[in-house]
Design a protein around this ligand. Sequence first.
Ligand SMILES: CC(C)(COP(=O)(O)OP(=O)(O)OC[C@H]1O[C@@H](n2cnc3c(N)ncnc32)[C@H](O)[C@@H]1OP(=O)(O)O)[C@@H](O)C(=O)NCCC(=O)NCCS
Length: 172
Amino acid sequence: MDYSRISLRPFRPSDAEDFLACARDDKVTHYLRWNTITSREEALIYIQQVAIPHPWRQSICLDDRSIGYISIKPESGNDRHRAHVGYAIGSEYWGQGIVTTAMKMAIPIVFEKFPYLVRLEALVEEENLGSQKVLEKVGFVTEGFLRKYGFNKGEIRDMFIYSFLKTDKIAS
Ligand SMILES: CC(C)(COP(=O)(O)OP(=O)(O)OC[C@H]1O[C@@H](n2cnc3c(N)ncnc32)[C@H](O)[C@@H]1OP(=O)(O)O)[C@@H](O)C(=O)NCCC(=O)NCCS
């Protein structure tokens, strides 16, 4: 993989078809809190009503074509120092270092954009080994194992919690 092909940019309505290709795949949504979508209309609504208004949800692009997303959402009020991190890409692109690269690109951007932010955190299901590996390769620290923490697809799941502080170093 030539990592210079990877970029981050805001979503556009014209990404609907590409977003659908990723979001219609049950393998992609299995560990995500949202459900698989099946039509271009739903993809467009999602882009317009969720992705574009989001405080920082960027399209992960390969040669400027949307293949997934990375989102970093600061809490509000006195908790605005803390932000939740989420990400996904289409399954045909898995295992090539793309999300690891995208996360390493995103971190300095969000700490610059949200000056009060000091902590990124990610919750990952116990079985989601690929996601755990992304976070570890970027330099996130595992802080604990949260028993029966997250509700997803009808089940209460055990999850790992990871964090990355503004003062931490991105792994090389
Ligand atoms: C998890 C996900 C984001 C990883 O993206 P990716 O671009 O494939 O990640 P990377 O290639 O940067 O790194 C993944 C690493 O995990 C490894 N991996 C992937 N699946 C694995 C598995 N089931 N078991 C063990 N390792 C696995 C890969 O080999 C790679 O390691 P390597 O660099 O040593 O080869 C991607 O699989 C995805 O979009 N999944 C669906 C959505 C999701 O789960 N999002 C996260 C919710 S917390």
